[in-house]
Design a protein around this ligand. Sequence first.
Ligand SMILES: *[C@@H]1O[C@H](CO)[C@@H](O)[C@H](O)[C@H]1NC(C)=O
Ligand SMILES: *[C@@H]1O[C@H](CO)[C@@H](O)[C@H](O)[C@H]1NC(C)=O
Length: 353
Amino acid sequence: MLPLLLLLVAAASHGGAAAQGFPIGVNYGANADNLPSPSAVATFLATQTTINRVKLFDANPTFLDAFAANAPSISIAVSIPNSALPSFADQSTGLDAARGWVRDNLVPHSGANVTLLLAGNEILGPVVVPDLVVALLPAMRRLAQALSLEGLPNVRVTTPHYLGILAPSDGIPSNARFRPGFDNKVLAPMLKFHRDTGSPLMVNAYPYFSYNAQNLNYAIFRPNAGVYDPNTKLNYTSMFDAQMDAIYTAMKKLGYGDVEIAVGEAGWPTQADAGQVGVGPEEAKDFNAGMIRVCSGGKGTPLMPGKSFETYIFSLFDENQKPGPIAERNFGIFNTDFTPKYDLGLLRQGSVS
Ligand SMILES: *[C@@H]1O[C@H](CO)[C@@H](O)[C@H](O)[C@H]1NC(C)=O
Ligand SMILES: *[C@@H]1O[C@H](CO)[C@@H](O)[C@H](O)[C@H]1NC(C)=O
């Protein structure tokens, strides 16, 4: 009885919103001049936190070596730049090019637990380059083949999509479908590839880019009246759930409701341009804690109850050299001295926050 009681007291002292001790992934972007060394980061994540996955925006050998040496159990997603995809898609030389990339970038770092290879980022928009759209799936296929031929069959291949792969809709999840033009031509064959190779469809889900002052509570998992879906008779009290179920619905309409969904990025900033409501440490904490409970806390969504999703919070650190609005530089969940910016319950027991 006593240990359980102590646990309950400990959980209560963290406040209601923290999602205690769940495994989760983080995006580890390094567009900054003030970050700790990759070795220190890898050691911190492996020894002090429940974070078990890291997503890199490249395949930087220094980072891979740091994880190999200090955090061999943390699972890593590495990214291939968009510009490299056409060379892998080429009918005659693509497979050799893909094998070369795998040999140069992954094979020498086999101590790092790379489990996902991301072919480019957001190729299907918001910015659409037709040559890249055409190259994407053939490149993914050649990379999967190359991984197998180079002795890394457990590395799966996917690509992060922005939510605009869905057709514009009224926000009712059961009405969702993929954007016409991409649905049958690009996404159906890609979903078949995911099914055949056991890899997830990866989406970047950002209620942050869809909220306004009126639906803020809906966007950050605070009590709200909800959005009722008349077709499924389900009541949505979180925009993130609605976005996930919209993706699921669109996949199902193409016959691929069985393919796993992974979340490549989801997050909320702690700071934004003056006058923007709904941004701060409390809002960021409520969004990320709610999202963790859905994705790795066993909650799932209304259409996928109890399901878990491989998810990468955006982001591990603030990145002070990112361009764009202030918010872009303030999505981090840890300070550069490894103290949490706010309590998400990701530090292992014994740590204060
Ligand atoms: C690598 O990551 C996977 C997925 O998280 C995990 O199942 C596996 O145990 C990890 N490998 C090592 C060597 O820890
Ligand atoms: C949806 O859930 C919220 C929160 O529990 C509740 O306030 C609202 O009345 C519900 N709406 C419908 C249509 O069931």
